[in-house]
Design a protein around this ligand. Structure first.
Ligand SMILES: [Zn+2]
Length: 70
């Protein structure tokens, strides 16, 4: 069994800028500031973190089917 993927490509819904970010395994990232347009992203309703909402990969707890990090 391989571990969760820790890198996620976050895409800004406002300007479309995408950047690869490393996800923390033991915490949720709730806010994320776009490096290009500086908008502060927050998770969509029902999602626990910005990676679940805007990333190419869900956060590690979701990948391991533990439910999200709350
Ligand atoms: Zn942006």
């Amino acid at each position: 069994m391989s571990g969760p993927i820790l890198e996620s490509l976050l895409t800004c819904p406002k300007c479309g800028f995408a950047k690869t970010e490393t996800m923390p395994t033991n915490a949720c990232q709730f806010f994320y500031e776009c490096a290009q347009c500086r908008v502060v992203l927050r998770p969509n309703q029902g999602d626990c973190c910005v990676f679940c909402s805007f990333g190419s990969v869900n956060c590690p707890p979701i990948q391991e089917q533990k439910g999200c990090c709350r």
